[in-house]
Write a protein that binds this ligand. Structure first.
Ligand code: SF4
Ligand code: SF4
Length: 390
């Protein structure tokens, strides 16, 4: 089953029987839900939120800003889906929360700060959630001498293109160095931020636009270095009914393939102790856990350390689900907890494969003077000498 229509989630939300398993990771005897851990109030747990939603559906609870604010106080990290023991239901917890947000928006209760996301994305000079003038990527195409048609499109994503340019440029250099036949498009937001916050009215127009841009290049493969774009292109665009004819990869999957095929070898070392933060949208949302680890571990000199909560148990960086824009201080507190955990590994570097994680971990690292180097895997690769074979 997929949560596609309003009726789908309304039909199943009553199945939550408020056992409370979803807010606790028994293996670590700790709360796993950032929202519950912050508020320690049942309504802010997944089960509590679902019962609130049930109350709204049944008409017992009227919509109000207070009710909507509880539904928005969730980073959509998906940790609850791993801990709810109710199989065949647990997959849908985040979908239900997102669907309820769409209902909040339809009833006029989207929180003010999150509204900025849709206002900027729909602004005809922007098309991105950061309020920057739209980059049609033509300058980058010229700088990197990229063709109009190619086998691959690098879908940069708004966070890399407007906030994490170093990550974007490292990806571009990597693709060039490894002789990948790729190009760029004049991309508009993939719509992850507005899907996650229930502001979905123009989502189909944006998907349609991006798919048309991709199709013009003839590309059959898309690469992205962003966990949020990856989930959105690979899962949500299909969920919205678009049957596109290309495959979607995260950069780390391409790196792994090139390593496996012997097309790249490392000719230098990265002599640092590194711990890896699983992005929620790559790990729990897309089940991609081992490939990044295999790539890190293949780098000569690296001392790779796992944090206590890793893979499906990884603690969220705090940025997702509209939490960074809606609750900026809390977002950094969540990130601080991740950095505290990273400290225990003895690592000097915390690395991830998502520009949004990179942003929030960096912000918390700076705010709390944690002393880490926060860097994306692609940026690490960019520092290394690569030997390329055809
Ligand atoms: S979401 Fe699952 S684990 Fe959480 S209270 Fe409901 S049934 Fe229990
Ligand atoms: S998605 Fe994360 S923050 Fe939201 S209810 Fe589930 S565990 Fe809590």
């Amino acid at each position: 089953m997929e949560i596609k229509t309003e009726q789908d989630w309304k039909d199943i939300v009553h199945r939550c029987f408020r056992c409370g398993y979803c807010k606790f990771t028994h293996e670590f005897s700790d709360y796993n839900c950032p929202s519950y851990k912050k508020h320690l109030f049942e309504t802010y747990s997944t089960g509590g939120r679902l019962w609130l939603i049930y109350g709204i559906i049944s008409g017992e609870i009227p919509w109000s800003q207070g009710v909507a604010n509880v539904i928005y106080a969730c980073s959509t990290c998906g940790n609850c889906t791993e801990n709810c023991r109710f199989e065949k239901f647990n997959d849908f917890l985040v979908d239900i929360i997102e669907a309820a947000r769409a209902e909040a928006v339809a009833n006029g209760f989207c929180p003010e700060k999150q509204k900025a996301l849709i206002e900027r994305i729909e602004n005809q000079t922007m098309f991105n959630p950061y309020g920057e003038l739209n980059s049609d990527n033509d300058d980058l195409k010229k700088e990197y001498n990229l063709p109009d048609e190619a086998e691959w499109v690098y879908f940069i994503g708004c966070t890399s293109n407007y906030r994490q340019k170093n990550l974007r440029d490292a990806t571009l250099r990597f693709l060039k160095k490894t002789n990948i036949d790729f190009t760029l498009i004049d991309e508009h937001c993939c719509c992850s931020p507005v899907m996650r916050t229930g502001q979905i009215n123009s989502v189909k127009d944006f998907i349609n636009y991006n798919i048309n841009q991709i199709n013009k290049t003839g590309a059959k493969k898309i690469i992205t270095s962003c966990a949020g774009c990856y989930r959105t292109l690979k899962k949500d665009w299909l969920k919205y009914g678009f049957d596109y004819g290309f495959q979607v990869f995260h950069t780390v999957e391409l790196v792994k393939k090139l390593l496996d095929d012997g097309k790249i070898k490392f000719n230098s070392e990265y002599n640092k102790t590194v711990t890896y933060h699983d992005p929620c949208h790559l790990g729990r949302h897309m089940n991609l856990y081992e490939i990044p680890r295999e790539v890190y571990k293949s780098i000569p000199g690296i001392d790779f350390k796992e944090m206590k909560r890793n893979r499906e148990n990884a603690w969220c960086c705090g940025a997702g689900g509209g939490v960074k824009i809606g609750y900026p201080e809390w977002s950094l507190e969540i990130s601080k907890e991740r950095l505290d955990e990273a400290k225990l590994t003895g690592a000097s570097v915390i690395s991830s494969v998502c520009p949004f994680c990179r942003t929030n971990l960096t912000d918390a690292n700076n705010k709390y003077n944690m002393g880490f180097e926060v860097i994306d895997l692609v940026e690490i690769l960019d520092e290394l000498e690569l030997e390329i074979s055809d």
